[in-house]
Design a protein around this ligand. Sequence first.
Ligand SMILES: [Fe+2]
Length: 197
Amino acid sequence: MISIENKNYVCSFVACLCAVIEEGLNTSVICGIETDTLFERINGEPISNYSTPKQHAFSLKYLPVAIKNGKLGSPVILSLLDSFENILGSLQWYRRDEPQKPKFMRGHANAQIIGPRGIEKRSEIVVGVTLMSPWTQYPYHHHSPEELYVVLSDGDWIQEAGNWFTPGVGGIVGNPSNMGHSMRSKSAPLLTIWCLW
Ligand SMILES: [Fe+2]
């Protein structure tokens, strides 16, 4: 079971994340996602005890520079990344299984803070993080849950058949249910926190 200290770190992270999303929603152009439900669920209660942290075997060599770059953003981003660093040691990193895309497989890592594989178990929302090496593209995909990305790096996003765009650190990208989407890093690693609900 996770320690009370880590439980508090997750609560702090959630508070910081909500502040970043609220600030980002004021300046980002998004449409068609239900953020009232997001905020309700993100502040919900866990459904069971907390998971036991396990060590991961992935190379996360780009994580320090990605965090450092993100901390050049606004004060709420700085607080979010400070709170994220408190829970780093408890994350169970994993890879999206894409056997036809070995470069992507080598160049990314995902982890859940909240959700089935998260530090805190929830059934109605997943809050996760993705790290990608420079010059890596996440596979174009879609899914039924709505999704919100909190952008923490200078990477590109795309939705449906639109053009690639660069939200910038602190930007918010909202994907309505079943909207196709992808993201890609450029010369810097890409770090983003995402919510699925
Ligand atoms: Fe997605």
